[in-house]
Design a protein around this ligand. Structure first.
Ligand code: FE2
Ligand code: FE2
Length: 337
């Protein structure tokens, strides 16, 4: 055994590790390499999974009838920081009240007329609506409509688990009592707002109505937009205009018919859901076709560009972890001309 091997063994026995072993094989010049590859999930597979889960499990067994978009190699999460998946609530069902450190969002894709109660206020849910349940807010869901409802659930669970700071609690009853009228937050958070609204680390729960998003897309759709993403609308924190939640940003991207974006790469990872239309995304030279209902990921630091070859606008709902990187000054972006 060489002198160095002997030293390494001696250190290891005492739970010590030399720098020469920590950086082995890395060198001094390096850049990010994501631990996961891009993935794509087809809507027909997601929907058939939900339908079968609807026949197989009630909410007593499953608590949430949620199916995660699980990227191979990540052990059940969508990116290394974020989780996205789809949830089915059948008519008459209640997904019981709880709260947790995790911050979450719901983007409605099918059905309509259910509600999520957040901290005592019911938020109606219709296709294209985004409803937030920021960290530690009480929330329960009830489908009082006559049709099944499906929404995408997004959460910062993977990041939170990495930091090992998660708390969770069940509410004292299945549903919260409704102590605030429907629409209260919309008034409290409008540009004409009451004096008691204060900024805090977590934003208040909010419903971004599809109707408003659609109006903005129609009104701004002729603008040049972003060369890498087309028209980008960000779902802003309604108090301070910052990201949707401290850990994640939700956005609606519109690629106009025939639009082809320029390639770029960045240190944030993004999860896309095709809300309307169809098109394709090149990721590091590999082309992925997508159509309405599909979801896909673009891992950090991969070159990517989007194209809409169709005749109608393609609308992409996007969730990314950029706020985390921004808060540490770790966001970096490179563009190709
Ligand atoms: Fe929850
Ligand atoms: Fe991008």
């Amino acid at each position: 055994m060489s002198k160095l091997d002997e030293l390494n063994r001696e250190l290891e026995e005492k739970n010590l590790l030399g720098y020469w072993n920590i950086v082995r094989g890395r060198g001094d010049d390096y850049e990010p390499r994501s631990s996961f590859e891009p993935s794509l999930w087809k809507w027909k597979d997601i929907w058939s999974g939900l339908e079968k889960a609807g026949e197989t499990l009630d909410l007593e067994q499953s608590f949430r009838r949620f199916i995660a978009f699980a990227t191979p190699s990540l052990g059940g999460t969508t990116t290394h920081t974020l989780l996205l998946g789809a949830q089915l609530v059948k008519p008459g069902e209640i997904a019981k009240a709880h709260h947790h450190t995790m911050g979450a969002i719901r983007f409605v894709v099918k059905g309509g007329g259910a509600q999520t109660v957040v901290d005592g206020e019911p938020f109606p849910m219709y296709p294209g609506d985004l409803v937030t349940t920021p960290g530690w807010t009480w929330h329960d869901h009830y489908n009082g409509s006559k049709e099944p409802i499906v929404w995408l659930d997004g959460a910062d669970g993977p990041l939170m688990r990495f930091l090992q700071v998660g708390f969770g609690e069940r509410y004292e009853s299945d549903q919260q009592s409704q102590i605030r009228a429907v629409g209260t937050s919309a008034y409290e958070l409008s540009p004409v707002r009451p004096s008691w609204i204060k900024d805090a680390k977590q934003p208040p729960a909010y419903r971004y109505k599809w109707e408003d998003t659609e109006k903005a897309l129609n009104a701004l759709g002729e603008r040049p937009g972003d060369p890498h993403d087309g028209i980008v609308l960000r779902y802003a924190n309604p108090v301070n205009g910052g990201p949707t939640l401290p850990t994640l940003s939700c956005e609606m991207h519109m690629l106009r018919p025939g639009e082809k974006t320029k390639a770029h790469r960045h240190t944030s990872s993004a999860i896309y859901h095709v809300f309307r239309g169809s098109g394709s995304t090149m990721i590091d030279g590999a082309r992925r076709e997508w159509e309405a209902g599909d979801s896909f990921t673009v891992p950090l630091w991969r070159w990517h560009a989007h194209a809409n070859q169709g005749r109608e606008a393609a609308l992409l709902f996007v969730m990314n972890d950029r706020p985390v990187l921004d808060s540490f000054g770790w966001y970096r972006e490179e563009a190709r001309e």
